[in-house]
Ligand binder design. Structure first.
Ligand code: TXA
Ligand code: MG
Length: 357
């Protein structure tokens, strides 16, 4: 996609080095953009209280301006500076899960500009646990607005190289902290209504939240067959995380030898497309990889471990773009506690194209 942004020289530095952290902090204080690792995905940071700095994030990402940013903080005290009101349940969740992959939505104070919240009167807040992120926020003395550091519509970056692919020449600096641990974005919980509501599933599950604060709803727009309802998190309405090739998920009902049926169906679809001269990829778990007859079999993780699948999911979708494939067939991954967060991302990447066998 062509843009009218002036190209700038993007500095790439080792995020573990103190000088790099101090340089990043200086850039942020003067209104610049710095990409940094968090435990979930890489973020693209700017001063959250500066309209101009937050505005630059939207241009660099090509992000629609009605899609609000998450404000990253380095301590709980910051929440009282930014939120109009902090309910008990917010305090309980911060105590249980911060620093970590949980974002909470609260009513915002006047100081938080509309440019950061996409014009909403609420603000999303999160304290990441990645040491590079925490060091950078503390050194800057700021609150850092940061969406995922990908071009809007591309899969979120889980390595510094992914950030460079999308952002080189558009931002001031990339702090390299290696591959992230979790690989999918934070769980978002809205605490502004009568009942706490999950707006985006993530590593912190519904059950983990309920163990701390009791019943938690799930935004109805996230439920299967509800793809026409407008989600409460504006960003969840966009076809996100999407590779360039057309992706389809093959899923089996829970009877008989479901695994074999998935493999057979995917092989049939691959063979059809290959006969037609198309470039095809299969996204598979390591247990099944050898069963596919396809030139590009991409192993995403182990069927028994949602953690391994989450960690490599976005990198695997990017790999499909690198291979310029026309069609992608993926197994469904309803694996363990992370299954619903993984399937939420996978379904969006596939534009909700699912074949059941
Ligand atoms: O793990 C994460 O949360 C990563 C890392 C970098 O921290 N950040 C991230 O940001 O995923 P982003 O911008 O890609 O996704 C933020 C989501 C969007 O869907 C946005 O619409 C929603 O949060 N959001 C932000 N502020 C909101 C608000 N006040 N009300 C409802 N949804 C909000
Ligand atoms: Mg994002």
């Amino acid at each position: 996609m062509e843009d009218n942004l002036e190209r700038i020289n993007t500095i790439v530095a080792d995020g573990c080095r103190r000088e790099a952290i101090l340089q990043a902090a200086g850039i942020l204080r003067t209104g610049g953009l710095v990409a940094f690792p968090t435990e979930t995905v890489y973020g693209l940071g700017a001063d959250a209280l500066s309209k101009k700095a937050a505005g630059k994030i939207y241009s660099a990402k090509g992000r629609p301006s009605d899609n609000p940013l998450i404000v990253h903080v380095a301590d709980v005290k910051a929440v009282y500076e930014l939120a109009e009101y902090v309910p008990d349940k917010a305090e309980m969740l911060m105590e249980a899960f911060w620093p970590g992959p949980l974002t909470i939505i609260l009513p915002k104070k006047e100081v938080v500009p509309d440019e950061t919240t996409g014009g909403l009167n609420t603000v999303a807040l999160r304290m990441p646990s990645h040491p590079v992120a925490l060091d950078m926020i503390k050194a800057s003395g700021l609150y850092i607005a940061a969406p995922s550091a990908n071009t809007s519509g591309r899969p979120s970056p889980t390595e510094a190289a992914h950030v460079a692919e999308d952002m080189n020449g558009k931002i001031d600096m990339i702090l390299d902290g290696g591959a992230v641990g979790i690989g999918i974005e934070s769980t978002i919980v809205d605490l502004t209504g009568a009942c706490p509501t999950i707006l985006r599933p993530g590593f912190i599950t519904k059950q983990m939240l309920e163990n701390i604060i009791g019943f938690v709803e799930i935004d109805v727009a996230l439920k299967e067959n509800e793809s026409n309802i407008r989600p409460k998190a504006p960003g969840m309405k966009y076809t996100h995380y999407a590779p360039k090739g057309e992706m389809t998920i093959v899923e089996a009902s829970n009877t008989g030898d479901m695994n074999l049926r998935i493999v057979e169906k995917i092989n049939e679809l691959v063979s059809e497309k290959m006969k037609a001269g198309c470039n095809v990829a299969v996204i598979a778990t390591s247990e099944n990889a050898d069963l596919y007859k396809c030139q590009n079999v991409l192993v995403v993780g182990e069927r028994t471990s949602g953690e391994t699948i989450a960690a490599k999911l976005y990198g695997t979708l990017r790999k499909c773009d690198d291979l310029s494939v026309d069609y992608i067939y993926s197994e469904a991954f309803h694996t363990g506690e992370l299954g619903s967060a993984i399937m939420n991302r996978l379904l969006k990447a596939a534009g909700h194209r699912v074949i059941k066998v």
